[in-house]
Design a protein around this ligand. Structure first.
Ligand SMILES: *Cc1c(COP(=O)(O)O)cnc(C)c1O
Length: 394
């Protein structure tokens, strides 16, 4: 039998090393649990970074994918399919998008961002505003909007005229947006920056400023969308209606899919026939997966479930935990005086998959189907996990 350490050795000799050494070699999953090739089980509190919304092996998703694979996996964009049309209609309804809105399907988050960048260019303007701490993807267009210097600098020059402003700073945003602004890009909660939320007032200000200056408001809901925060989309409680919204991660429940949703006929009409495209985007397999995810969230009342289970993380009274952040099942646990990467490793040894999203914070983005008992299992183990790290570093 091939062991995890065998495969990791071979990985090192067969892969481009952009991800460093993977933590585990996973073989299978069931519900919120995954099993590695050596047979050890883990509670998956990260769900492939907010992707496996229905956990692993969910019958609704498995059946939808199997059935669609038998019917047609791919048809190209010379043709379309019922799952594609149904998923687009469904997303527009859930986003409460007005008549004349539209969806462009891609295969990943960064491609959804690329589509939004091209949309913004069609305003005739070129300046884009993004937030410090932002993450919008790794392709060169999206990378220009991604704040982290270590990601961007090795690949410069990137597309110019991107202005970064401090998140939640009203004056900085007022000073930055003017009649030359093509678009403002905002994540309602910055996942990669450590689960940092901008206020509803800030979103409303961004809406007001972009409307006043004829710029687009683009909300990146790639990580926060599709029920992750207890609403269909994280911006919805603010009442803001964006010009465009990007989706990916949770939408396909693990099957790659991205989407750009454009709001209203004016914005939707900015991209015309021939101006953008993708071979795989909108394929019936991925769209059938997306429909199964949305159907299941609705049928099983997962939005309420996410809010209820996530509330267990509002206050974590554990020594070494100084604060928690986030909404629904997108959360950070801020640690004091103890390095998050070491806690991540100790948690893994104890059978829990979490992510050290910053040097001091753990990110939890579990399947939306996580039970209170499963989460409680982690919270009960956390003091011992933290103690293990304390003793090892003392
Ligand atoms: C993951 C992520 C992206 C990029 O998505 P990929 O599918 O990795 O290209 C963009 N924006 C946000 C907010 C993300 O979390």
């Amino acid at each position: 039998m091939t062991t995890g350490s065998d495969l990791l050795g071979r990985y090192a000799h067969s892969m481009v090393q952009v991800f460093g050494t993977p933590q585990l070699v996973l073989a299978s999953g069931h519900g919120c649990w995954v099993t590695d090739v050596d047979g050890k089980r883990y509670l998956d509190l990260l769900s492939g970074i907010a992707v496996n919304a229905l956990g692993h092996g969910h019958p609704a998703l498995v059946q939808a994918v199997a059935k669609q694979a038998e019917a047609a996996i791919h048809v190209s964009n010379f043709f379309t399919s019922e799952p594609a049309v149904l998923l687009a209609e469904r997303l527009l309804t859930l986003a409460a998008a007005p008549e004349g809105s539209g969806v462009f399907f891609a295969n990943s988050g960064t491609e959804a961002t690329e589509a939004a960048i091209k949309l913004s260019r069609r305003t005739g303007r070129t300046t884009m505003i993004a937030l410090e701490g932002s993450f919008h993807g790794r392709s060169t267009g999206a990378l220009a909007l991604t704040h982290k210097a270590a990601y961007r600098e090795p690949f410069e020059p990137l597309i110019p005229e991107v202005v970064f402003v401090a998140p939640d700073d009203a004056d900085a945003l007022r000073a930055a947006v003017d009649d030359t602004t093509a678009a403002v890009f905002i994540e309602p909660i910055q996942g990669e920056a450590g689960v940092r939320e901008v206020s509803a007032d800030y979103l409303r200000l961004a809406r007001e400023l972009t409307s006043r200056h004829g710029a687009l408001l683009v909300l990146d809901e790639i990580q926060t969308g599709v029920g992750r925060t207890g609403s269909w989309f994280a911006h919805q409680p603010s009442g803001v209606v964006p010009d465009a919204m990007t989706l990916a991660k949770g939408l396909g429940g693990g099957v790659p899919i991205g989407a750009l949703v454009t709001f209203g006929p004016e914005v939707t009409g900015l991209l015309t026939a021939g101006q953008h495209g993708t071979t795989f985007g909108g394929n019936p397999l991925a769209c059938a997966a997306g429909l199964a995810v949305l159907d299941t969230i609705e049928r099983d009342g997962l939005l309420e479930h996410v809010s209820r289970v996530g509330a267990l993380l509002d206050d974590v009274e554990v020594e070494g935990v100084s604060a928690t952040r986030g909404r629904g099942l997108l959360r950070a646990i801020e640690l004091s005086g103890i390095p998050a990467p070491a806690v991540m490793v100790a948690a893994r040894d104890a059978g829990f998959i979490v992510n050290a999203v910053t040097p001091t914070a753990l990110r939890l983005a579990p399947p939306l189907i996580l039970s209170e008992a499963e989460l409680q299992g982690f919270l009960s183990a956390l003091p011992t996990i933290i103690d293990t790290v304390r003793e090892a570093t003392a």
